[in-house]
Design a protein around this ligand. Structure first.
Ligand SMILES: Nc1ncnc2c1ncn2[C@@H]1O[C@H](COP(=O)(O)OP(=O)(O)OP(=O)(O)O)[C@@H](O)[C@H]1O
Ligand SMILES: [Zn+2]
Length: 690
């Protein structure tokens, strides 16, 4: 047995790097969780290696914590630490079982052999009670305890599973016969070799889910497990329900809306191998599945796969790594795949909708001379539609207020952004830091009382439409309970679903005959190389919600920029055309996938500090670049808007050699992070920023 364990203490400090040596406790293996004395504290830790001896004097650990992490997840943590320029300790934190809960137990009663003795005298009620065993005691604990006293019953605590899945989302669907295209995709996936990657590019409504289900079925039959990643589980209950319908109890769900207890129980079922399919959002990529055979990433274009805390991992990248390490097949699916994926992964196509219906016609509506949020044609179409979905990617009532006398505009005291009016809450809110204040009656600068409300958000639009007498269902982050809103809209005879990008996620309603995008170019106005990609995906996805049934459907896209290429391609349902044009543009401008981007953001409260640190880092990068082999261009530093009371500055590295660039950035940032003069400056490194 090894005498020494190599341990990674789970601290967040960038400068402290393990492993540290301790005396090995009984039975320790890679993945064993511990509490170890570290500095003046006891901290949680994970065993990352074993050794026969150490060059240091080793001490004992405080205790061993159950359950251990699977060793594959320890390897994955090291990969993440490298790939996303973080530390093993921070990456290991991601792998831990859900905290804040213990296994739940209840009393479980079984009849003993003595109870079978025909001489035993029992009342009718006692006889019935005995016949109902074995089971949890429930309300009969007292009566059963009396029988226990007579030696007729044994009562022991037993773990109760908290079940998060209420699988009664409508009737259980008949399993459809796959179309020719679906069957070809299923066969190709089944024949894929270990570690192979495939892109399932299927138009909206082409039945990608059925392909996943049948591929998963064959993987399970071969004795291996399946990981299914979905964008936001609260908004995509349909896909969870379909997996649960098809595979029953072997499906575990992991997501943040479960109680801590439910999450722990699901995690443990996966860990013990009782559940062999895991469905969940981004963080489910760390599910403790064993013997992984298939990894599915649904709606792979969705930006929620990117985690915005340190480590800034991308669940799509992690899923690919996990699949490769396990020899599993990776399939990523979308109607609007990313340029990165189309460039790198062989594709399977589903070119048509399963019902044989064509794609709905899309009309671009020029808003340059329209005074209101809705064009008169859009308004008329909405009034005539049976069921419509309206996408407006802006929450609240109006997005900016100003004083008509002096021009004063209401801004967040912590961030350089305007406050958004939320009429129902009678509040102004900052969408970046959460600051709130009452709706102003008069201007604090000039005392004027005439205050103009500019712009329209989902709250105002929903209110306007409800005024016109149509049932309106609103779906945005302010409303919450997304799944309920969607279900109510699904059941309704008529109505309009109004909301942010949430309304465009894979929902499958057969009776939606109109789709509307209000202000389609809002995403185009972001100064960001992904602006085109996002706009194309959003409009195409929204258009994909319409016309799924036999009634057909159509789509209106309102814009101030009717010539925009991404909108033109979306209106033609031409994702190949879009991807070709976009890849051409990216190649010319040296953006991903033709280069790796790394973004470094510095933030500090002290005036000027963020920019000073960013300048130091930029200088360090420029000095180190020639010897690094990264082929990197260093852009910036540039100021960003103030956020949560912190000034910010960023720089961007555009590099040909990914590994070399990450090493270069890591070296410079770690050097600066340890320096005294940069204390109080928060540093964040984002490899592959969204
Ligand atoms: N072979 C089939 N025959 C009949 N109906 C099918 C078949 N395959 C799938 N369906 C049904 O077609 C509908 C659309 O399927 P699904 O939601 O999987 O599409 P999708 O490709 O994921 O679309 P999106 O990209 O919009 O999410 C579902 O109601 C599904 O039950
Ligand atoms: Zn703010």
């Amino acid at each position: 047995m090894s005498r020494v364990v190599k341990v990674e203490p789970l601290t967040t400090a960038r400068a402290l790097r393990g492993p540290f040596d301790y005396r090995a406790p009984e039975g320790a293996v890679v993945g064993t969780r511990l509490v170890v004395p570290f500095g003046h504290r006891d901290v949680p830790a994970v065993v990352t290696g074993l050794a026969d001896d150490s060059e240091h004097d080793v001490v004992d650990v405080r205790k061993v914590v159950e359950p251990a992490l699977p060793p594959e997840l320890v390897d994955l943590a090291f990969w993440i630490a490298d790939e996303y320029c973080s530390t093993p300790a921070r990456a290991l934190q991601l792998m831990l079982p859900p905290g804040g809960a213990r296994a739940k137990t209840a009393l479980y009663a079984e009849a003993t052999d003595a109870a079978r003795d025909p001489e035993v005298r029992l009342t009718g009620a006692q006889r019935a009670l005995l016949d109902s065993l074995p089971r949890f005691t429930g309300g009969d604990t007292a009566a059963l305890r009396r029988l226990e006293g007579r030696g007729l019953v044994a009562i022991v605590p037993r773990v109760v599973r908290r079940v998060p899945l209420q699988v009664s989302v409508g009737a259980v669907r008949e399993r459809p016969r796959p179309t020719v295209a679906q069957q070809a995709a299923i066969d190709r996936l089944t024949a894929a070799g270990p570690g192979e990657q495939l892109l399932l590019h299927g138009v909206t409504g082409s039945g990608k889910t059925e392909v996943y289900l049948q591929a998963a079925e064959r993987t399970l039959a071969a004795g291996r497990s399946v990981l299914v990643l979905v964008p936001e589980i609260g908004l995509t209950p349909q896909i969870v329900a379909r997996f649960a319908e098809r595979f029953g109890d072997t499906v575990a769900v992991l997501h943040s809306q479960l109680s801590a207890g439910e999450r722990l129980d699901e995690w443990m079922r996966l860990h013990r191998g009782e559940a062999r399919v895991c469905v969940g959002p981004r963080s489910a990529v760390f599910a403790p599945l064993r013997d992984l055979g298939l990894v599915i990433v649904d709606e792979e274009h969705d930006s929620s796969y990117k985690h915005e805390g340190d480590p800034r991992y991308d669940a799509r990248g992690v899923a690919a790594q996990r699949a490769a390490a396990a020899g599993a097949v990776l399939v990523v699916g979308s109607a609007t795949p990313r340029p990165e994926s189309i460039n790198a992964i062989p594709r399977l196509q589903l070119a048509e909708r399963v019902d044989g219906q064509g794609m709905p016609p899309v009309r671009i509506v020029d808003m340059r001379s329209a005074p209101n949020a809705l064009h008169p044609d859009t308004h008329a179409a909405l009034m005539g539609a049976r069921k419509a979905i309206v996408l407006l990617n802006r929450r609240g009532w109006s997005n900016f207020l100003n004083c008509q006398t002096c021009g004063h505009a209401w801004e967040c005291p912590q961030c350089d952004v305007t406050l958004v009016l939320h009429a129902a809450q009678r509040e102004m809110a900052c969408h970046h830091c959460g600051h709130r204040e009452p709706v102003p009656r008069r201007c604090p600068t000039c005392g004027g009382v005439s205050i103009a409300r500019h712009g329209t958000g989902t709250e105002r639009l929903a209110d306007d439409l409800a005024q016109a007498g149509v049932p309106v269902f609103r779906l945005d982050a302010d409303v919450g309970r997304g799944a309920q809103v969607l279900a109510a809209f699904g059941r309704a005879e008529r109505g309009i679903l109004v909301g942010t990008q949430m309304v465009a996620k894979g929902h499958d309603f057969p009776d939606v005959d109109l789709g509307v995008v209000v202000d389609a170019d809002s995403t185009l106005r972001f100064p960001d190389f992904r602006a085109e990609e996002r706009t194309f995906a959003l409009v195409t996805q929204l258009a994909g919600r319409a016309g799924r049934g036999h009634a057909g459907g159509r789509v209106l896209v309102q814009t101030l920029d009717p010539e925009a290429e991404s909108l033109r391609f979306a209106a033609q349902h031409d994702s190949d055309g879009f991807l070709r044009a976009e890849l051409g543009r990216r190649r010319a401008l040296r953006y991903p996938p033709f280069a790796t981007l790394i973004r470094v953001v510095c933030g500090a409260e002290a005036p000027g500090a963020a920019l000073r640190t960013a300048t130091t880092i930029a200088t360090g990068l420029r000095e180190g670049e020639p010897d690094s082999g990264a082929g990197a261009q260093i852009l910036g530093p540039a100021r960003l808007f103030r956020l949560r009371g912190r000034e910010r500055a960023q720089l961007v590295v555009k590099a040909s050699d990914r590994t070399a660039a990450i090493a270069l950035v890591r070296g410079v940032v770690d050097g600066v992070a340890g320096g005294r003069e940069h204390r109080g400056v928060a540093l964040s490194v984002d490899v592959d920023p969204q």
